[in-house]
Design a protein around this ligand. Structure first.
Ligand code: ADP
Ligand code: MG
Length: 210
């Protein structure tokens, strides 16, 4: 199956609701490692995304993703607003001209999102950031880009989840968590939790849309 622009819009509204519901968990994850503001920042970003997407007449897949990124970037502020904004803006531009979102488009989206975040934030895999969920997801998406979207998302969401779990063992090199050193071992990165929830929700949407 493939998603038309309006279905991508509905999927992103579902992603926004899932992040808003997860706010207490994301706040706790960030509290374990940083300053605790990640959940509320993401919630604010997702409320702005809903305000943009609810009345939108979606003309393209690119438009929905770029509007999502712009809403996050302009409402959240801080490092993660710019970085999550980049996920959707860079990812969205990579699917420009595509009439639907399929597994191939998902792979292009994730690869561009990863490259955009790495360029903007300077972190690499292993630094205990959202990249530790995004990079394995992008790599898996490339591998499964020939599959139907639902099957591809099953594998991609699982790869993000495994990456988030692997981030527990890492020592943070960025953000507030950097000062914790070995004390951050055992806790997953908050941004990697957000990436995982986003991909899991995309999968739930596609499953239900089938
Ligand atoms: P802040 O760091 O400003 O408090 P948040 O708490 O909202 O922002 O977000 C923290 C998350 O942002 C981290 O869990 C991590 O995933 C992500 N992050 C922080 N710095 C970077 C970076 N340089 N590259 C990629 N992701 C980063
Ligand atoms: Mg924080």
């Amino acid at each position: 199956m493939e998603l038309k622009p309006n279905q991508v819009r509905l999927m992103m509204l579902q992603v926004a609701d899932a992040i808003i519901v997860a706010e207490p968990m994301l706040s706790q994850a960030d509290r374990d490692l940083g300053d605790g503001d990640h959940g509320l920042g993401m919630k604010r970003g997702m409320e702005a995304v809903k305000a943009q997407l609810e009345p939108m007449e979606a003309a393209s897949v690119e438009q929905v993703f770029v509007a999502t990124g712009t809403a996050m970037m302009t409402s959240m502020g801080g490092a993660s607003g710019a970085l999550f904004g980049t996920v959707y803006r860079a990812g969205g531009k990579a699917v420009a001209g595509r009439e639907v979102l399929d597994a191939e488009g998902l792979a292009l989206f994730l690869q561009a999102a990863l490259e955009g975040v790495m360029k903007r934030g300077g972190a690499k895999p292993g630094d205990k950031t959202m990249i530790d969920a995004l990079a394995p997801a992008a790599e898996k998406a490339k591998e499964v880009s020939g599959l139907p979207l639902e099957e591809a998302l099953v594998a991609v969401a699982a790869a993000a989840e495994a990456g988030k779990e692997a981030s527990k063992a890492m020592i943070a090199q960025f953000g507030r968590a950097k000062t914790l050193g070995e004390a951050c071992i055992g806790f997953p990165d908050a941004g990697a939790c957000s990436v995982t929830i986003m991909l899991q929700t995309m999968l739930s949407f596609v499953k239900a849309a089938d």
